[in-house]
Design a binder for this molecule. Sequence first.
Ligand code: FAD
Length: 306
Amino acid sequence: MKQTEILAVGAGPAGLTAGMYAARSGHKAIILEKSFAGGQMALTSEVENYPGFSEPVGGMLLAQTMEQQATRFGCEMLNAEATGIATTAAGFEVATTAGPVSTAAVVVCSGVKPKELGAPGETELTGRGVSYCAVCDGPLFKGKEVAVIGGGDSALDEALYLSNIVARVHVIHRRDEFRACKFAQQRLRERSNIDYHLSCLVQSFDGTQRLAGLTVKNLKDGSNYSLPVAGAFVYVGWLPNTGWCSNLLELDDSGNIKTDDRLRTNVPGIFAAGDVRNTHLRQVATAVGDGALAAMSAHDFLIGKR
Ligand SMILES: Cc1cc2nc3c(=O)[nH]c(=O)nc-3n(C[C@H](O)[C@H](O)[C@H](O)COP(=O)(O)OP(=O)(O)OC[C@H]3O[C@@H](n4cnc5c(N)ncnc54)[C@H](O)[C@@H]3O)c2cc1C
């Protein structure tokens, strides 16, 4: 069985930082990742609010650099999915798709996945016009009209990205003003190919083989109208990836892992960092800070056990 001292689950910015700090502190460290390094950050076209870069930096480039930095200190990358966790005499056994991993401490950095809007047609048309990732799928809609659903920073950032590729972007938001920061709103308003549908709800995703359009309800006058778009990008919130560890860990009402100020969970030896925990800000900068703190708390835990 594979053995380590500190296992970070998830290679987003939180996990990559935790792995780097753990290895640099002299521990045998593994970062487990089910898909590719970088997590949501790698799917972000441009990150312009991560300190240290005066110009926007590509999310994928930032991910690759963080991975190189972690492995430079001896941290091992393991491409597999965590499917369960149990306590053992030595600490924990994490079940993965590449076999079990035995570890003395765990840093849970498994992040979040996009929340579905829940309107009819969404599930059937996902991958056929409905998407949750503008960077991945935006280029498929070159020259076409698309919708972005949501009003937070992610929605507006990705609407801006899409406006460089597609003919027209329709931003649909259920409230009459956006939650996103004023700077993002200002930049969006400078674009001539973005239309706004405020106080509007998507009632259904329409089409058979592929998305043909949306039925939209205007909440102010109660009317419904059709919006013919080839693509719809949904940014309406996130769900923590805790299915593999929720048997042991205490979660809050929204399913986030509860942590204290040292990022300890209710189980001694398990720590949580980044978007997966109960935090007030979900950003690269906060995930990185969490990863560092959680790894050092894991280090203190291991020293205390010796
Ligand atoms: C479209 C978009 C734009 C954004 N723009 C910005 C921005 O401009 N600036 C900014 O600061 N932040 C931005 N963010 C937010 C930022 O990307 C996240 O806050 C940050 O990536 C969270 O890092 P994390 O490591 O906690 O989790 P994540 O990035 O979610 O990484 C979690 C990782 O864990 C892996 N994983 C999950 N479950 C398992 C499992 N069971 N086994 C193994 N691996 C698993 C996932 O595959 C993923 O790689 C944006 C997010 C999105 C979606």
